[in-house]
Design a protein around this ligand. Structure first.
Ligand code: SF4
Length: 343
């Protein structure tokens, strides 16, 4: 059965594969695959497609990427979120430049040691870029396997079983194409909701379809947890030249090393809020402008937003950002949203 599924998927892929900029007709460029895999962590294919082309235009090879600065890559990354990926990508590019003469490693043990690369990404690079016989399990592939074998438990609880089943689909000759065929099939035919089983080339081998349970697999885990809250206050301080006072965040923790507006330390209870030093001096003259709630992956930030006009001369050591240039700046999205409340 597995051999027949492989043959069907490869046939389907030859005709119906997605047109993705990190793929070329006959072979994959390892650098393109390497960059795309960092971008695709937590971001949809449709968003990455456009940004990938811009990225490659700016940094067409690992050698060029390795020469850039963290500030520049973070600025580029604006809008893609999860900025630690950009930092890790740059660190990895520098290591590849220094230790591997700019060649993306083709050995699992070397890839896995690079910042930001785990088991899945290492296998995706090996399989797609180098046609190595592996099967990286992304959500598309896991979903297809769970449906074909009618595994009616949440995916998170059957990782080991899925891994065992995936071994049945490791190809000796066509690994790169087969991995991408699975990924595309999950995105076009065996979709998360309403899979197109009538058009499916492998429906006669699919136990979920045979038992008409394809719409209940993968089994969902009921969400019971609410996101915890955090509180802050942000300060938009504008000088007579239409510049906003900004500063660099600490080099560790959330949004590390990025620019920010002055704001109070994020705390779990409102009563724990302590006025930021820069705002303390002008506390009485601050004007409340509104509130923002911004959802991060693991908590929601509630921030009160204050505003005040100040004189540049009174803040001689601070950094400034022209207010008209904020949308292209290195400010993370949450800070841009805060500014948008006032602009
Ligand atoms: S028959 Fe339906 S559920 Fe089964 S693999 Fe095909 S599209 Fe997916």
């Amino acid at each position: 059965m597995e051999k027949k599924i492989i043959a069907e998927l490869l046939r389907w892929y030859a005709i119906s594969k997605r047109d993705l900029p990190w793929r070329s007709d006959n072979s994959s460029n390892p650098y393109y695959v390497f960059v795309s895999e960092y971008m695709l962590q937590q971001t949809t294919v449709s968003t990455v497609k456009k940004r990938f082309k811009e990225f490659i235009k700016k940094w067409p090879s690992n050698a060029q990427l390795a020469k850039t600065t963290e500030t520049k890559i973070l600025k580029f990354w604006s809008g893609l979120g999860y900025y630690s990926r950009a930092r890790n990508l740059l660190k990895a590019a520098k290591i590849i430049h220094k230790d591997y003469d700019n060649k993306i490693p083709d050995i699992y043990e070397h890839l896995i040691q690079l910042p930001g690369i785990g088991d899945y990404t290492a296998k995706a690079i090996l399989g797609i870029a180098y046609n190595t016989s592996v099967m990286p399990l992304d959500t598309n592939i896991e979903r297809i396997l769970a449906r074909v074998y009618a595994l009616n438990q949440p995916l998170i609880k059957i990782k080991k079983l899925l891994n065992e089943k995936s071994n049945n689909f490791i190809s000796k000759k066509h690994s790169s194409k087969l991995i991408q065929a699975f990924m595309d099939y999950g995105s076009i035919i065996c979709t998360p909701r309403h899979p197109n089983c009538l058009k499916c080339k492998i429906n006669k081998y699919c136990l979920s379809y045979q038992n008409n349970i394809q719409n209940t697999i993968p089994v969902k885990i009921k969400k019971t947890k609410f996101k915890p809250k955090k509180f802050s206050r942000a300060y938009i301080l504008i000088n007579e030249y239409n510049e906003i006072l900004v500063r660099k965040r600490p080099s560790k923790g959330m949004l590390a090393s990025m620019l920010e507006l002055p704001n109070d330390e994020w705390v779990e209870k409102k009563s724990l809020l302590r006025r930021d030093n820069i705002a303390k001096k002008i506390e009485k003259k601050l004007i409340r402008k509104g509130d923002l709630s911004y959802s991060f992956s693991h908590f929601v930030l509630y921030s009160e937003i204050f505003y005040k006009k100040i004189r540049k001369i009174d803040y001689p050591t601070n950094k400034w950002l022209n207010i008209n240039k904020y949308s292209n700046s290195q400010l993370p999205t949450v800070m841009k949203k805060i500014l948008e409340i006032m602009i």
